[in-house]
Ligand binder design. Structure first.
Ligand code: IMP
Length: 429
């Protein structure tokens, strides 16, 4: 029995969806523990493409149990939309296969409105959020006002939570010249949607701990990336949840000492969507090539992702913060055409050289990367399944990354399909 957490080591969009889907063949239960429908996972299975943002990726596999933990913020309308979409593609979803924690806070329409209003009003200081209401929903959670999925069972609780949130939000809305919340309308909308989700709500912490006792394999599916973590990311240009592996415990009720492995999904170059500093960002034709070949467009918002060279100190910091036990290196084939490939191994400020990725966003914005240059491999690696097939230069690139990170690369992804993967070590060990 192994319980494994999968997290992104960069700014999200590392290709977690494919890897989680692949590993879910070996897991009994797949668990989301943070974030909401700001995440976007694209799964390519044969000729079918599934774009999920809320349901755990494992849902597309028959006979797998999937779980939404308390660390997630859940938009019930979005959930129902995804359930309906998957059902229309012949995937069965029932309360045996999908369980939502009783203490998962809900995203309501006024969270989304506030997210968008605030971004609009921020001018140059925009975060570039996904506009899904994620930040405001987490604010209500820690502000002890949120409506949680377990509250849906009690009409009185729904009413009193709406009241508490309205008291708070109306002050903010007035500041933005918006009408106060129509509490009756929100109540009606919640009463309508609750019938569709209430059957899935249950004591997730208990279920997962029972499963562990019974020797099942649990796979915890992180969303976003470590540099978007609310504490350790490039604050304030971050999301509002803890995106690190430790959140798998606090976001589900499974103790940290029950989790044995952490797989850090790492793109072979760097991308970022939204605002905030990115030291290795490229504004030249190499950046455009990575964007084009890597199809670097956000799954959720369709925004172009910013592209750049591999930032090794950044990923090293993630490895330490998450306790990464193995790296899954993704999209290596996107580098196939490049003459020369650069890896950032440190940074320079006006005064000094830094070996570590800085914590302060101001400093991150002011540093110059120091690069090492390596030869490209100029051949097609897409679809490769064995390490022996990889050209020498590509192996050297992987070795250099491994050496810098002091962490093993246990899997290399060479394309979007399940079988376009080189397994070097079993992540479930
Ligand atoms: P929020 O999570 O919508 O509040 O957005 C905060 C920041 O996180 C923005 O820069 C978003 O672009 C970024 N972000 C949120 N979710 C993802 C994701 O799944 N992938 C990449 N970036 C994300």
């Amino acid at each position: 029995m192994t319980n494994l957490v999968v997290i992104g080591t960069q700014w999200g969009d590392e290709g977690k969806g494919k890897i989680v889907d692949l590993l879910s063949a070996r897991a009994d239960t797949i668990v989301r523990f943070q974030g909401g429908h700001n995440a976007g996972h694209t799964l390519v299975i044969g000729d079918q493409i599934f774009k999920l943002s809320l349901l755990p990726s494992g849902i597309v596999r028959e006979n797998r149990c999937t779980v939404i933990g308390n660390g997630v913020v859940l938009d019930p309308w979005k959930l129902v939309e995804e359930i309906d979409l998957l059902r229309s593609k012949g995937i069965s979803i029932d309360p045996e296969r999908l369980i939502i924690s009783e203490n998962t806070p809900l995203i309501l329409p006024f969270h989304r409105e506030l997210d968008v209003l605030r971004e609009k009003a921020s001018g140059k200081k925009k975060i570039g959020t996904t506009g899904r209401g994620i930040g405001p929903a987490y604010e209500d959670k820690v502000g002890r006002r949120a409506l949680r999925s377990g509250d849906l069972k009690t009409v009185g609780e729904i009413k009193s939570r709406i009241r508490a949130m309205a008291d708070h939000h109306n002050m903010l809305r007035l500041g933005y010249n918006q009408k106060v919340i129509n509490e009756d309308l929100i109540f009606q909308e919640i009463m309508e949607i609750r019938e569709d989700i209430i059957e899935y709500v249950g004591p997730v912490w208990q279920l997962l701990n029972d499963q562990i006792k019974a020797g099942k394999n649990l796979l915890f599916e992180g969303a976003q990336g470590s540099m978007l973590d609310v504490d350790f990311g490039t604050y304030p240009f971050v999301t509002s949840s803890s995106t690190l592996a430790g959140a798998a415990s606090t976001g589900t009720g499974v103790s940290h000492n029950k989790i044995q492995s952490v797989l850090g999904i790492t793109k072979a170059y760097t991308t970022r969507v939204g605002k905030g500093p990115m030291p290795t960002e490229l504004f030249d034709e190499v950046g455009q090539l990575l964007s084009k070949i890597g199809k670097e467009k956000g799954t959720v918002t369709g925004r172009d992702r910013r592209c750049g060279w591999f930032d090794a100190p950044l990923v090293k910091r993630s490895c330490i913060l998450n306790g990464v036990t193995g790296i899954a290196l993704t999209k290596i084939d996107v580098l196939d055409r490049l003459e020369k490939i650069k890896i950032c191994v440190g940074y320079r400020t006006k005064e000094k050289v830094l070996n570590e990725f800085p914590l302060s966003s101001n400093l991150v914005g002011a540093i110059e990367p120091i690069y090492e240059e390596m030869d490209g491999w100029h051949c097609n690696t897409s679809g490769m399944k064995k390490l022996s097939q990889l050209p020498n230069e590509a192996r050297k690139y992987v070795d250099r990354i491994e050496k810098f990170l002091e962490t093993k690369v246990t899997l290399i992804s060479t394309g979007p399909e399940r079988d376009e993967t080189i397994f070097l070590e079993d992540p479930f060990l």
